[in-house]
Design a protein around this ligand. Structure first.
Ligand SMILES: *Cc1c(COP(=O)(O)O)cnc(C)c1O
Length: 384
């Protein structure tokens, strides 16, 4: 008797094959076109001290109060509050928002995936920018959307180009503001122009993962558009300044109908008890934000200046990382290897269409000292 195959490795499946093998598990064809997300490297075999500047995690880890809350919640055999009520109210209080319009998730990625599932589907289009955050393309493809990447101008989202790309099939526009990995931002006026130019059937998702780092009066992370009743969602995270990336906690601020849909599709307990309690405690330390922002602004400036003096092109950044241009992919790779030999891990961004660049997270002062010294050495060796 012929063996029955219940499972087929993805690489053995021909997505275009017209007649499916009977008795074979077949994923949806569009899933086979997805490249897995590449996380920042975190280990260097053999290195004595590893300095991880590859994932934009806050320089100082979680605030002390959050660590105490995690310890207190460690015996978490009971399910958490699925509605994350206390956390939503803490977020609302801290940022002056309406708790009913907040939905929490296992990282903001969770909410991005859910939005794509809600509004995507075969025959729909998701617009993002040329060097936009890669999760949008992954989440969109899973949901069956066609991904439309719009050119940027000076590594910055180009509102006119985005508006020109809208078709009747467009359902969502995703903008990371500021963007990862470029660090560039669009101002509140530009965001307003974008929203005003989009037809009502298009959801604008403003991903403000780095909002806590920004201290510019012309910046709006997006809540005002949500409150004005526009079809706009703002997403935020505890993974960056609040140092809780490992616990997975993010939130969305959305109009009531979108909130209703998110609650229907989210996992019933998508925020763990530890993340919930740590998030509330982290919000109760506003000095943490002040200290981290001041440190970041200062050290980002110092990195930019020192690396520019060493002859490198450093793109202006509003976030807790800088994008450094090495001129060509081979030099960027050589610089990456040199840094690794010194125990420093930074981020390759070839997958973002920037193979000649490296993205470097702003670390603590001593970490930045080592980074600067290593790149000065690299530049000196290059130029003899
Ligand atoms: C880091 C980052 C996030 C955060 O993802 P989480 O799932 O909340 O950890 C979201 N968007 C952008 C642009 C980021 O850089």
């Amino acid at each position: 008797m012929k063996p029955r195959h219940y499972l087929t490795a993805p690489e053995q499946i021909d997505a275009k094959k017209a007649t499916p093998e009977p008795m074979t598990l077949r994923p949806r064809p569009e899933i086979l076109g997805i490249d897995p997300y590449t996380p920042g490297v975190s280990k260097l075999p053999g290195a004595q001290r590893v300095i991880k500047l590859s994932s934009n995690e806050g320089a100082f880890g979680p605030p002390p109060g959050a660590l105490r809350a995690i310890e207190a919640a460690i015996h978490s055999h009971r399910y958490p509050d699925g509605g994350a009520t206390a956390l939503r109210h803490a977020i609302a209080e801290r940022f002056g928002l309406d708790a009913e319009k907040i939905v929490c998730g296992a990282g903001s990625d969770d909410l991005i995936y859910l939005l794509c599932h809600i509004y995507g589907g075969a025959g729909t289009e998701l617009i993002m920018t040329e060097h936009g955050f890669s999760i949008y393309a992954i989440a969109g493809r899973i949901a069956g959307c066609d991904i439309v990447k719009v050119p940027e101008r000076n590594l910055t989202a180009d509102v006119d180009a985005i508006l020109a790309a809208v078709t009747p099939a467009t359902r969502m526009v995703f903008i990371a503001n500021p963007n990862n990995p470029t660090g560039s931002l669009i101002t509140a006026d530009e965001t307003a122009r974008l929203r005003a130019g989009l037809p009502p059937h298009v959801l604008l998702v403003l991903d403000a993962a780095y909002a806590e780092y920004i201290d510019r009066p012309d910046y709006d992370p997006g809540a005002s558009f949500v409150d004005a009743g526009e079809n706009t969602v703002m997403t935020r995270t505890f993974s960056k300044m609040f140092g809780l990336g490992g616990l997975r906690l993010g939130w969305a601020y959305a109009p009531a109908p979108v909130v209703d849909l998110l609650h229907r599709v989210r996992g019933p307990f998508n925020v763990s008890l530890l993340a919930h309690d740590a998030g509330i405690a982290a919000l109760a330390e506003p000095e943490w934000v002040e200290k981290s922002r001041a440190h970041n602004t200062e050290e980002r400036g110092r990195l930019t200046e020192a690396l520019s003096e060493a002859g490198l092109l450093v793109h202006p950044s509003e976030a807790n990382f800088v994008l450094v241009d090495f001129g060509d992919p081979a030099t960027a790779e050589a610089a990456d290897m040199h840094l690794r030999a010194h125990g420093l891990i930074v981020r390759r961004v070839g997958g973002y269409g920037l193979p000649h660049c490296l993205r470097i997270t702003v670390g603590r002062d001593d970490e930045n000292d080592l980074l600067i010294a290593a790149l000065r050495e690299f530049q000196a060796a290059r130029h003899g």
